[in-house]
Design a protein around this ligand. Structure first.
Ligand SMILES: Cc1ncc(COP(=O)(O)O)c(C=O)c1O
Length: 379
C-alpha cells in the first residue's frame, strides 16, 4: 500500500515511551502514579452529566457543522462575562469537536506556505501544518523572556509567506502566561502581513495567581484573530469533545464552508451539556482549587530536592528545572512518571514536565516517594 509520505515521515510521538514505561511497571507489579500525559481525570460535575443524559432524543439526526444556536449563545455569553468582549454568536463563534481537531484543521483552511510554531509546543500545531503541506518555522520560547516569543526576530519576508502564527497561553508545557501586549503586537503584524493569529487558550481557566489570564479576544481589533478554547480542562470533560473557535468573522465564515466536508460537527447532546458547563463558574473554581491543592503538596517536595518550577502560575503543569542527575529515572523505577522536557523538542532539554492530574492522595504519595527516593540507605 502506498501511504502518505507525510504520515510515514512523522517521528514517533515521544509519549509512546511513557506508555511503554507504564506497561513495564505494571508487568513488574509496581503501582504507577502518572504525571506524564496531561489528561484531566477529575469527575465531570454531575449537573453536566445530567444535562447530557436529558438531551438524548429518541430520534437521532445529523448535527449541523455550525453548531446549535443555544451553544453559540452560551459561548458568547461566557466570553462577555469572562473577558468583557462582545461576540456575535452567529458570525464570530464556531463550536468544535474538542479543540484538537480544530487546531489540526486550521492550516487546511488558510493560504500561505509557512506556519510559525513556538518551541516547545503542543505537537498538533506542527502536525496540522505538515499534513496541510505547509512548512513549520520554529519560534523559540526562552526562560529569560518569560517563555514569550520574540515576534520582532521574525523577518517581514517570513511573515509575508505565513498562514498562521500559533500562540498558546497559558502555555503547555511551560505554564507561562502572556500579557495583552503580546496579542496586540501579533494582531498588528497579522493585519500588516495578512496571516491569522491562532491563540490556543485551552488552559485559560486554570490559574493560581490573583489575576485571571487575558484572552486574545480582548485585542482592540479582532481582524485575523482566532481563539481556541475547550471544556476539556475547565470542566473536566476531555471525553465529551467540546470546544470552540471564536474571532474574525471572515475566518468563522470560512470554517462554516470547510467543516461540513470533514465530519467534525459536535454531537447535539454534548452541545447541550456544554451549554450547562459554559453557564456555570462554581465548578470551575472548584477545579482550580483541586489543582492548587496538588501543586501545594508537590512543589515543596520537589523544591526540597533542588528542583524549581521555571514557568508561570497557570495550567495544571509544572515545568521543572534543576533536577539532580538521574531524578526522572529514579522516580520512574518507583512508579512515578514525569515527562522529560526533551519530548517537546530540543527547547525542552533539561526540563521535566509534571501534569497535576493524579488524585490528591496520589500526589501525597508521590511527594513521599520524591523525598524517599533520594535518601541514601544507611551503610
Ligand atoms: C495546549 C493544548 N491545546 C489543545 C488541547 C486539546 O484539547 P481538547 O482537544 O481536549 O479540547 C490540549 C490538550 O491536551 C492542549 O494541551
Amino acid at each position: 500500500m502506498r501511504l502518505s509520505p507525510v504520515l510515514t515521515g512523522l517521528r514517533t510521538y515521544p509519549f509512546v515511551r511513557l506508555t511503554e514505561a507504564r506497561q513495564r511497571l505494571a508487568a513488574a507489579g509496581v503501582p504507577v502514579i502518572d504525571f506524564g500525559i496531561g489528561e484531566p481525570r477529575e469527575e465531570t460535575p454531575a449537573f453536566i452529566r445530567e444535562a447530557l443524559a436529558r438531551s438524548i432524543e429518541p430520534r437521532s439526526r445529523y448535527p449541523l457543522a455550525e453548531g446549535l444556536p443555544s451553544l453559540r449563545a452560551a459561548i458568547a455569553g461566557w466570553a462577555q462575562r469572562r473577558f468583557g468582549v462582545s461576540l456575535d454568536p452567529d458570525a464570530e463563534v464556531m463550536p468544535t469537536l474538542g479543540s484538537k481537531e480544530a487546531v489540526f484543521h486550521l492550516a487546511h483552511v488558510l493560504d500561505g506556505d509557512l506556519v510559525v510554531v513556538p518551541q516547545p509546543a503542543y505537537p498538533v500545531y506542527e502536525r496540522g501544518a505538515v499534513f496541510a503541506g505547509k512548512q513549520v518555522v520554529e519560534l523559540p520560547l526562552e526562560a529569560g523572556a518569560g517563555f514569550l516569543p520574540d515576534l520582532e526576530a521574525v523577518s517581514g519576508e517570513v511573515w509575508e509567506r505565513t498562514a498562521i502564527l500559533w500562540l498558546n497561553y497559558p502555555n503547555n508545557p511551560t505554564a507561562a502566561t502572556a500579557p495583552l501586549e503580546l496579542y496586540e503586537r501579533a494582531a498588528a503584524l497579522a493585519r500588516e502581513h495578512d496571516f491569522v493569529v491562532a491563540s490556543d487558550e485551552a488552559y485559560s481557566e486554570l490559574y493560581f495567581g490573583a489575576e485571571p489570564p487575558v484572552s486574545a479576544l480582548q485585542v482592540s481589533d479582532r481582524t485575523n484573530m482566532a481563539v481556541f478554547n475547550t471544556l476539556s480542562k475547565r470542566s473536566s470533560m476531555p471525553g465529551y469533545r467540546s470546544g470552540f473557535v471564536a474571532g474574525d468573522r471572515a475566518l468563522v465564515a470560512a470554517l462554516k464552508r470547510y467543516r461540513p466536508n470533514v465530519g467534525v460537527a459536535p454531537l447535539e447532546f454534548v452541545q447541550l451539556a456544554a451549554v450547562a458547563a459554559w453557564g456555570d463558574e462554581e465548578h470551575v473554581a472548584a477545579v482550580r482549587e483541586t489543582y492548587r491543592a496538588k501543586r501545594d503538596v508537590l512543589l515543596p517536595a520537589l523544591e526540597a530536592r533542588g528542583l524549581r518550577h521555571a514557568g508561570g502560575d497557570a495550567t495544571f503543569f509544572l515545568w521543572l528545572e534543576g533536577a539532580p542527575d538521574g531524578f526522572h529515572e529514579r522516580l520512574l523505577e518507583r512508579g512515578v512518571i514525569l515527562t522529560p522536557g526533551s519530548y517537546f523538542g530540543a527547547a525542552g532539554e533539561g526540563y521535566l514536565r509534571l501534569a497535576l492530574v493524579p488524585t490528591l492522595d496520589e500526589c501525597r504519595r508521590a511527594a513521599e516517594t520524591i523525598a524517599g527516593a533520594f535518601v541514601e540507605p544507611a551503610p
